[in-house]
Design a protein around this ligand. Structure first.
Ligand code: ADE
Length: 242
């Protein structure tokens, strides 16, 4: 079902593409649209959550902010999928690594997203659901990163509800299970895509690509300016996915 507007998205006639890039920060969405897309048109300003549609290498693509946390990306991705027909959703964001062999500016590509959230309760499952990204998008992203000589890591990330933890072991314990990095959104995005695939009867695919912005073990943080190069590599992988 395509709606003209939802509680959080009011495109006012501007189309939304089947493929969308989803940074957390709406100003990043504006930057990506103005830097990479031809003829970008703004399709959303509700709550300042900017969204744009334009053309990249002859293909219509959208980009929109999601805000931070599972509930925020959960509601935006739900509306994009169920009310505006979006089929490929690629989160592009930052993450904090918990592995000693991963450096700041490396790229992490999420194969799965473990989490500490109640988000999955809504699906009423009797076991524990493991949110996974789309293998089609994942394998393309890993191939592009390899071809471009980008240092990257593919595996499990941890989507946390908490940025400032009362107990730091909360994050580092996950390192012992091979978690590559911590971020705050992918589990909800992957679960929404999986649910929609079953509900709508066509594939809805999601992926998360990240730039490592901090090393939680070493207490290292990058500045927004320093992240720009790795940010560019990540966005260019996302835009080149087919
Ligand atoms: N995104 C970037 N760094 C993060 C961290 N340390 N925890 C959660 N999300 C992050």
């Amino acid at each position: 079902m395509t709606l003209t507007s939802t509680p959080h998205i009011d495109p006012q006639g501007v189309p939304i593409a089947e493929t969308i890039l989803l940074p957390g920060d709406p100003l990043r969405a504006q930057f990506i649209a103005e830097t990479y897309l031809e003829d970008p048109r703004c399709f959303n300003r509700v709550r300042g959550m900017l969204g744009y549609t334009g053309t990249y290498r002859g293909r219509q693509v959208s980009v929109m902010g999601t805000g931070m946390g599972l509930p925020s990306i959960g509601l935006y991705s739900y509306e994009l999928i169920h009310f505006f027909g979006v089929k490929n959703l690629i989160r592009v964001g930052s993450c904090g690594t918990v592995q000693p062999y991963i450096d700041t500016y490396d790229v992490v590509i999420a194969q799965g997203a473990s989490h500490d959230s109640n988000y999955m309760e809504q699906f009423g499952l009797t076991g524990t659901y493991a949110p996974l990204s789309s293998f089609r998008l994942l394998s393309q992203a890993a191939r592009l990163a390899t071809e471009r000589g980008i240092t990257h890591h593919v595996g499990n990330v941890f989507s946390s509800d908490v940025f400032y933890n009362a107990d730091t072991a909360h994050n580092t314990d996950w390192a012992s299970m091979g978690i590559l990095a911590i971020e705050m959104e992918s589990a909800a995005l992957f679960a929404n895509a999986a649910y929609a695939t079953g509900k709508l009867g066509h594939p809805v695919e999601a992926l998360g690509i990240f730039t490592v912005s901090d090393n939680i073990l070493r207490g290292v943080r990058t500045t927004p300016q320093e992240r720009q190069t790795a940010f560019t590599e990540m966005v260019e992988i996302a835009l080149d996915l087919e």
